[in-house]
Design a protein around this ligand. Structure first.
Ligand code: 0L1
Ligand code: MG
Length: 263
């Protein structure tokens, strides 16, 4: 049940979106609104999404966050969350990513799905996701919480579009029946040194479970995942901080690799 008025939701959406667009950090919004609930938090996120669409941006996908124990432990929160991906978040493989447009970026190695049939919760399970998947592919997310020093709680994060900022796709897409994503190895290198490694099972036991959870969370708001949606399922490892001058390569078992540099 929402606790914030529609005017406050719009004000907070403007506040957080300005922080993103101006790359300037802010204090977590629950400091001022301690009683806000998850519905309020998602109301603010959806208001940010509407602001972007009204400005002409396209929504090109969805992401799940905090779906691995490594990420939950790193951030001290226990609930997965979702966010949306706007067109200008997307960067090509090999991109030079401008740190001047970001506050304190971190990279996450993820596995992404592209659907071919709609998924609408409640009740979506892994088998539904498998049946609705066109292909899977490597993706690296660059998160950038707008909160000072990445200090937040889960409701503040959700309102801030779950720290969504940039993402890079690359490597080779695969039909899901060709892959066992649970044993798909992922190795992240920063400046040529291995900094994180994991397999897909790190994400809720199976990255397909993350897509199912997203469809069920959207279902609570009467929303669905339309056919053809790109979905990032969450970092398989803890996120790695990056700064200008850093090079990141993520290698995936049998799906190629993705690289980017920060300038
Ligand atoms: O994609 C993510 O896992 C980010 C979720 C939000 C929390 C964070 O900024 O680490
Ligand atoms: Mg992520």
């Amino acid at each position: 049940m929402s606790t914030l008025s529609p005017e406050t939701v719009e004000q907070l959406a403007e506040h957080l979106e300005n922080a993103e667009l101006e790359a300037s950090d802010v204090t977590k919004i629950t400091d001022d609104y301690p009683d806000m609930d998850f519905e309020d938090a998602y109301d603010i996120q959806w208001a940010i999404r509407r602001r972007k669409e009204a400005r002409g941006n396209k929504i090109v996908g969805m992401k799940m966050g905090l779906t691995s124990w490594a990420k939950m432990a790193q951030m001290g929160v226990k609930e997965p969350c979702y966010g949306f991906l706007a067109d200008y978040f997307s960067c090509p493989d090999g991109a030079a990513i401008k740190t001047t447009e970001l506050i304190h970026p971190k990279v996450e190695a993820e596995i992404a799905f592209v659907t071919r049939a709609p998924l609408k919760g409640p009740g979506v399970h892994v088998a539904d996701v498998i049946a609705a998947t066109e292909f899977v592919l490597p993706a690296v997310e660059i998160i950038d919480s707008r909160y000072r020093d990445f200090k937040f709680d889960i409701k503040s994060v959700v309102a801030d579009n779950s720290s969504s900022s940039r993402f890079v796709t690359g490597g080779h897409s695969r039909p899901l029946d060709y892959m066992d994503l649970r044993t798909c190895g992922v190795v992240m290198e920063k400046n040529g040194e291995i900094v994180e490694l994991a397999t897909g099972a790190a994400v809720l036991g199976d990255p397909a479970a993350s897509v199912a959870m997203l469809a069920n969370m959207l279902g609570e708001r009467g929303e669905e995942l339309p056919a053809g949606t790109f979905v990032m399922t969450g970092g398989v490892t803890a996120a790695v901080a990056v700064a200008a001058g850093d090079n990141i390569t993520v290698r995936y078992h049998d799906m190629g690799s993705i690289s980017m540099r920060f300038v």
